[in-house]
Ligand binder design. Structure first.
Ligand code: ADP
Length: 260
């Protein structure tokens, strides 16, 4: 039983009678709270890189004769922080676009083999030889939004690369099962302990904030994945064991299969 909050309006009616109008504001208050939390978190995330940039600018203005090597190291740090802000703003825009579009997905035929090979190549570029990446392909082509699905799958692969130490193994699997097509990203990385798993798709939720920052995470990747999957009526299942690895599994419904 969840406590509900009702607002009751008493409206005078004819012959000294009154009408009672009740509004259940439980849901709208919950959404309001989420929005406030999001703004507070986003402001905090943007404030940190801004503080760093402003700090270095102040140093530069106070020390016009700064050594060239120090100046260039400051410039490098400032540009990293600028890039971090850009990633954050881009992820926030993606999330808000996905939310505002509700459930109107632009369905198109997706060549899954082509898409997955491209995702694998992008993963290889990101890993730069530090991991062993592979693809097991045995599933059908599907109908959906190619851009959205590509970005969701790439987010899952990027996370596997971020949270798997060097020489780790990362496998992408595309297969069909009785429930429908399934995409799996499996890694033998740092893993996640059970108490965090149900909260991973919350915006800005991270198991280890400093590690996420170090690896250029915005904390919004899995929130974006969740929205894309919701729009495609797909589910995300997460299995993970600390220090053993993680398995992120996307289960699509059978009716997305493209019949040739
Ligand atoms: P981030 O940008 O921080 O990676 P995400 O929303 O993509 O944000 O992921 C949320 C958190 O989930 C991460 O900060 C990390 O703690 C955890 N996580 C996601 N994928 C993995 C993975 N493959 N292995 C271990 N931890 C993961």
């Amino acid at each position: 039983f969840r406590e509900r909050k009702l607002i009751v309006h008493i409206i005078p009616f004819e012959n000294r009678r009154q009408i009672l109008v009740t509004h259940d504001v439980t849901e709208s208050e919950r959404i309001d709270m989420m929005r406030r939390d999001f703004i507070a978190n986003a402001s905090h995330e943007l404030r940190t890189p801004l503080t760093v940039i402003n700090g270095f600018l102040e140093i530069a203005s106070m020390q016009p004769d700064m050594e060239v090597s120090i100046r260039s190291s400051h410039l490098k740090l400032m540009s990293e922080q600028g890039e971090r802000m850009q990633r954050l703003v881009e992820d926030m825009l993606t999330l808000s676009r996905l939310e505002s579009m509700e459930y109107s997905v632009h369905h198109e035929a997706i060549d899954m083999h082509g898409m997955l090979v491209q995702i694998l190549q992008e993963g290889e570029a990101l890993s730069a030889g530090r991991h062993q990446l592979s693809l097991q392909y045995d599933g059908p082509d599907i109908l959906g939004s190619a851009d959205e699905i590509r970005s969701a799958f790439l987010n899952l692969l990027t996370n596997a690369i971020r949270y798997t130490p060097e020489k780790g193994k990362i496998t992408l699997i595309w297969e069909n099962c009785p429930l429908g097509p399934k995409f799996i990203v499996q890694d033998d990385g740092i893993g996640i302990s059970a108490e965090h798993i149900s909260r991973l798709t919350e915006r800005f939720y991270r198991v280890d904030k400093s590690r996420s920052r170090e690896t250029q995470g915005t904390g919004l990747g899995l929130a974006i994945v969740k929205h894309v999957l919701l729009r495609h009526k797909a589910h995300l299942l997460i299995e993970s064991t600390p220090n053993v690895g993680s398995k992120f599994c996307v289960q699509f419904p059978a009716n997305v299969i493209l019949l040739n």
